[in-house]
Write a protein of this length. Structure first.
Length: 189
């Protein structure tokens, strides 16, 4: 057997082993977040201004992590004894339609993802240079927690569907008159 095919085979095997090793050991770091250059990575994810924080994509990631330096806010007081969130010893492998969490993150503009089950952090991932120390915009999470709290209040009898009314609107574009108070879910004029 000539020596050259043997050397080529060894080189191919070496490249394959290195690729497998990188894929196994650095999978969570190997994938680039979607649109990271468009979102300001080369500029260090800068923070925008009150007029650019949402409309200029180059400052969106930096702005979403530091919105309290751009817009007015209300600080919530920290609990006297915050509840610690234990972390699972090993992260479960989530696969849906043959795709993993890394596949999901590689296709979505998500700065942080946390999965909590039964009070235990199962998974925590970040993209776009974000870390657990960054403050992250939490509108979607806040809506979910609010809906859970409303459900618990309804189930426990602390509130009724009738008691949950829409706030009065003074907007000229409101579909209801400014003095109207309607239960949530009823959007008739």
């Amino acid at each position: 057997m000539p020596i050259f095919p043997m050397l080529r085979a060894r080189a191919c095997l070496r490249r394959t082993l290195i690729a497998v090793l990188l894929a196994c050991c650095g999978a969570q770091y190997a994938q680039a977040a979607p649109d990271e250059e468009l979102l300001g990575k080369d500029l260090g994810y800068p923070v925008g201004t009150p007029t650019t924080w949402f409309s200029d994509e180059r400052v969106r990631v930096g702005s979403f992590s530091q919105l309290d330096s751009i817009l007015p806010y209300h600080r919530l007081l920290r609990a006297d004894r915050p509840r610690a969130l234990p972390v699972a010893a090993t992260a479960p492998e989530y696969i849906y339609s043959g795709r993993t969490i890394d596949d999901f993150l590689a296709r979505r503009r998500i700065t942080g993802l946390m999965v909590i089950k039964d009070g235990v952090v199962q998974l925590e991932r970040y993209q776009y240079g974000r870390t657990p120390e960054h403050r992250l915009l939490s509108n979607s999470m806040a809506k979910s927690i609010t809906s859970i709290a409303v459900g618990i209040a309804l189930r426990g009898g602390a509130a009724s569907a009738r008691s949950m009314t829409m706030p009065q609107s003074t907007s000229r574009n409101s579909p209801t008159r400014p003095t109207a108070r309607r239960p949530y879910g009823r959007f008739c004029a």
